[in-house]
Design a protein around this ligand. Structure first.
Ligand code: HXC
Length: 520
């Protein structure tokens, strides 16, 4: 006799239950003992309650090598599906370390590809949670092919839907290239690792000895390589930060962003700003204080906080209008532009532009960092990335020169000449080819010849003063229309809000082309 409806229902429920066992009690315990959640727990914690819809729960591999037909886990080591974060739809996948260490085989890859395709077709962000031993050894080239299919989709999704990677365990070998292509990489202190070749291989090939943590832990990728966009204390912190990020970015590239709710009035008092720029132009100040003062509720999600600290990037809003902020940081290396800070800011500008997020640029930059290390390292090509990114950006661009804007860095930092929409300066603005001391030594060298001691110092000081009077102010640039206005610092919030509103319908196009050729 055939099965009754009741029996069929029971069978389905059994399978559903079985899929929740993951790789078994022992492996789940091991995962918990390491302070890590399982793939399913992560999804539950990240998403709004009761919003998860799963795909491909019953998929399993077709591999027969190494007696793999006897080893099957429902879902094949990755949980995929759809859900909501703060009411916004997302697609996601979460690798399950309790099944073959989350290693990726053909079926596992097909599941990830299916959910990525779904995300792209439906224009929702895709979130990948990585916790994997990499290519599933037993499946050989099928695993490698599976990775390549994912990489291809990462590229196809780039600039169309936001892609977010959460690294919550190992991520090694070529597998790192999927997160690398995505827009944001979140890492967790103590449990995330990313490297192309692990410590053992390095030891064999180069005889270097390095720990997993030093090679590819969260600290390394936050401070040294800049791969980590946001580094989190633990997994719970990570989910919170991802939810925060999604509150600032649109679900796809043609989405007209809604305003963020805020009770922070755009016309509120900003008097703290009156005294933030020091009288002495050589004295540093923390640009973060200015940012905090002008944005809504001091709410700033900083990206790559511990990398290339001479530039600050992150998301915020003013009067509820979401925006990206790029700001030189005079409190670190005097806010100079170097290789790392140029590349850091360039990628951020390109993300904002791809998703039409307006950019507020705060400028206090003494120029590009001189030295053989920078020149040999390719500051020419790396610096040009930021110039290219700002020049190519058609999203609204508002620039404020808070103090120094010297040399090529003046041009690069979203100047009027590369088509920023609105350029402003504080009265403390100094726009010149270079700082007074350097300029005097070059231009007035002959006037100083033959002078010594006190006489030399007095003459030099006089020349510096006259140079500063001529150039260390924003008025020449304003006279030429390179600045649209000179504003008082305490007026910043209200004025930026008005300009942002005026740029709401901005349309600016480049000539039709396949793509530009950005220096890589
Ligand atoms: C198949 C794997 C696996 C893999 C781990 N496992 N990695 N199975 N293929 N790549 C299995 C283990 O056999 C074990 O199964 C379970 O996952 C947990 O692994 P353990 O070693 O017990 O865990 P742990 O001690 O925590 O070590 C985790 C690890 C280690 C650091 C990830 O397993 C490891 O080094 N794995 C190999 C990593 C690697 O070299 N991968 C290839 C990278 S190259 P049982 O049944 O015992 O639970 C690559 C190329 C991608 O990925 C190319 C893309 C283009």
């Amino acid at each position: 006799m055939s099965e009754t409806q009741e029996e069929k229902r029971n069978y389905l429920n059994e399978l559903r239950l079985k899929s929740t066992y993951l790789g078994g009690e022992e492996r789940v315990k091991k995962q918990h003992d390491l302070g890590k959640y399982t793939a399913r727990e992560r999804i539950q914690k990240l998403l709004d309650p009761d919003t998860f819809i799963e795909f491909d729960k019953f998929v399993s591999h077709k591999c027969h090598q190494f007696e793999m037909e006897k080893k099957k886990f429902l879902g094949d080591g990755v949980v995929t599906g759809l859900g909501e974060i703060n009411g916004q739809k997302v697609a996601l996948y979460s690798q399950d370390f309790t099944c073959w260490g989350g290693a990726l085989g053909a079926a596992h890859a097909q599941k990830i590809c299916k959910i990525m395709d779904y995300a792209l077709r439906n224009r929702v962000p895709i979130i990948g949670i990585s916790d994997s031993g990499g290519a599933r050894i037993q499946e050989g080239v099928e695993s490698l092919g599976g990775y390549a299919e994912i990489f291809y989709r990462n590229v196809k999704c780039s600039g169309v839907i936001p892609q977010i990677s959460l690294i919550m365990g190992p991520c090694a070998g070529g597998a790192v290239y999927s997160p690398a292509i995505t827009d944001f990489v979140f890492m967790v202190e103590g449990s995330s690792y990313m490297f192309v070749t692990g410590p053992e291989v390095i030891k064999t090939v180069t005889h270097e000895e390095v720990t997993k943590e030093d090679l590819g832990g969260a600290k390394t990728h936050s401070e040294v390589s800049g791969i980590s966009s946001v580094t989190c204390k633990n997994e719970d912190d990570c989910f919170e930060r991802v939810r925060e990020l999604l509150g600032f970015i649109p679900p796809h590239n043609f989405y007209k962003a809604e305003k963020k709710w805020t009770s922070d009035s755009v016309s509120r008092e900003n008097s703290k700003l009156k005294s933030m720029i020091p009288d002495n132009p050589k004295k540093p100040y923390d640009m973060r204080d200015i940012i905090t003062e002008i944005i809504d509720d001091g709410n700033f999600l900083e990206i790559q906080k511990d990398y290339a600290k001479n530039i600050i990037i992150g998301f915020s809003s003013i009067g509820g209008i979401k925006l990206g902020i790029v700001a030189n940081q005079p409190a670190h290396l005097a806010g100079v532009l170097d290789i790392d800070s140029s590349v850091k800011a360039a990628r951020f500008v390109r993300f904002c532009d791809a998703f039409d997020i307006p950019i507020l640029t705060l400028v206090d930059v003494p120029g590009f960092l001189p030295g053989t290390q920078q020149e040999f390292g390719g500051i020419i090509k790396h610096g040009s990335k930021l110039l290219y990114a700002f020049s190519e950006a058609t999203t609204p661009l508002i620039t404020i020169i808070t103090r120094k804007a010297y040399g090529g860095a003046y041009d690069v930092m979203a100047s009027k000449h590369i088509r920023a929409d609105v350029n402003l300066a504080y009265p403390s603005g100094e726009i010149a080819v270079m700082g007074a001391e350097g300029a005097v030594n070059i231009v007035f060298r002959k006037d100083l010849v033959g002078l010594e001691g006190k006489e030399l110092e007095e003459k030099r000081a006089e020349l510096v003063r006259s140079y500063e009077k001529e150039f260390a102010n924003p008025y020449k640039a304003a006279e030429l229309g390179y600045l649209d206005n000179i504003i008082l610092p305490e007026e910043t919030r209200g004025i930026v809000y008005k300009y942002l509103c005026s740029l709401k319908n901005k349309k600016h196009y480049f000539p039709k082309r396949k793509h530009g050729n950005i220096q890589l």
